[in-house]
Design a protein around this ligand. Structure first.
Ligand code: ADP
Length: 425
């Protein structure tokens, strides 16, 4: 019987709540005990301060689960209330760039049951919080994290985040036996705890709006972000058409142009600039202007250019949306505006795909943990050609890093073939 905790880490994405829901419910069905960790790895490092246990649990009130035996453990009432209404202290120290969300006092690792996650698939962002944890990047931080997990009895971890979070997961698992023996030597855990927690089972799910992970076709949150971009472009189209204007739209995606490219296809953009296919540094502006002028010549009243935030030219110089605006205004005389879509791309309700994918992958994640042995690698759950897959987590992280490396070496064909190995064939 696994004692399993789930956390969300790194940049938030739609579908993370659906991951938590699917993991918790599947684990309960399979007879596991379940926890959530608040604020990503930071919550593991901070753990639970004694004296902050909630008293109003369902179990204590004698309220067994109305639906499923074994799911009756409940810290839910005050937990959910506090989650939504922020009755807690500000998380501010040690977390680097955390936006300053509120959290429960002294409780970061919370036991949850079936009803705690009910209906979560339709909520945007991540209700259990996410953070960028400076402490977890240090061995000392990870030592404390291990101690906090062992104190609660947790022996399996589901991490949903981007490549940084999954790298952290792999580092943690590789270090685990050393961390346990150090904790044991320092008498921070008992002999029994050291024996019972000799191995950590870990599995990764990719939550990223950028769709920037190798060895999987789609990351959790990317379809919703694309949907938000399409909605925004539809709104802009009406005004662009009315005034016969040009709009330069900057979309997110860091080093990955997937959102920009798919948005351009979805909305019939006139021109798109992405890092994976950098235009010739010496004449991309000419090429863009010719293309847009030809569209205007056949009577098009509006112009849409999509610029990925990481767009580059062939000399690896960044291409900025303001620069594109100036070119369109000066060379073509178009009344041009820049709209940076920003964080609206991250927010809002998950689209259907960002409920289906995390649900199927969450189920697979629990199964992978139940089948995991000390010798098996940590898996990342992905999707290939519509089938849910398991790939060694470190292979996927390594390949994702190699893509960035290939782009920095101007080897764009290699970058594309690494992102999608079938591109080669
Ligand atoms: P993302 O998961 O979205 O790529 P980050 O790169 O910020 O986001 O990673 C999220 C968190 O994962 C970091 O704040 C850090 O706590 C942890 N992390 C990332 N890389 C490592 C690493 N090499 N070792 C340990 N922890 C890491």
């Amino acid at each position: 019987k696994l004692k399993l905790a789930v956390l969300t880490s790194g940049g938030d994405s739609a579908g993370m709540n659906a991951v938590v829901r699917a993991v918790v419910k599947t684990a309960i069905i399979k007879g596991c005990e379940t926890w959530i960790v608040r604020e990503g790895y930071e919550g593991l490092v901070r753990g639970n301060t004694e004296g902050h246990r909630h008293t109003h649990t369902h179990a204590e009130k004698g309220g067994a689960s109305p639906r499923l035996k074994g799911a009756e453990f409940h810290e839910a009432e005050s937990f959910i209330h506090n989650l939504r209404y922020g009755d807690g202290e500000l998380l501010k120290d040690g977390t680097g760039d955390h936006p300053g969300g509120r959290t429960l006092k002294g409780r970061y690792i919370v036991r949850v049951g079936w009803d705690d996650v009910r209906g979560w698939f339709s909520e945007g962002g991540t209700l259990i919080g996410t953070a960028r944890s400076v402490a977890f990047r240090t061995r000392e931080g990870r030592l404390t994290a291990a101690q906090n997990m062992i104190k609660e009895g947790i022996d399996a971890l589901v991490v949903c985040g981007g490549d940084g979070s999954l790298t952290g997961a792999d580092v943690f698992r590789a270090e685990w036996p050393g961390l346990v023996s150090e904790l044991h030597n320092e008498k921070r855990i008992t002999d029994e705890q050291a024996t019972a927690h000799a191995h950590l089972k870990i599995v990764g799910l990719v939550g990223s709006i950028d769709n920037d992970m190798s060895m999987t076709d789609l990351t959790i949150g990317a379809p919703t972000a694309l949907h938000r971009i399409c909605e925004s472009i539809d709104n802009i189209n009406s005004t662009a058409y009315s005034h016969s204007r040009a709009f330069v739209l900057e979309v997110m995606g860091r080093h990955c142009g997937w959102l920009a490219l798919m948005a351009a296809v979805s909305c019939g953009a006139d021109f798109v600039l992405i890092p994976e296919n950098p235009p010739d540094a010496d004449n991309w502006a000419d090429e863009m202007c010719q293309s847009i002028q030809s569209h205007r010549d056949i009577g098009k009243r509006k112009t849409i250019v999509i610029v990925a935030e990481g767009a580059l030219d062939s000399k690896l110089q960044p291409i900025h949306s303001e620069q594109v605006k100036e070119i369109l205004s000066e060379r073509l005389g178009l009344d041009t505006r820049v709209t940076t879509l920003g964080h609206t791309q991250r927010g809002g309700r998950p689209c259907a795909m960002d409920r289906i994918l995390p649900t199927l992958q969450g189920i697979e994640a629990v199964e992978a943990l139940l089948e995991s042995t000390p010798d098996s690698p940590s898996y990342m759950i992905g999707v290939r050609e519509n089938k849910i897959t398991r790939v060694p987590l470190m292979d996927a992280v390594k390949m994702t890093r190699e893509v960035a490396q290939a782009i920095s070496e101007k080897n764009f064909e290699k970058a594309m073939s690494l992102r999608d190995p079938e591109f080669r064939e």
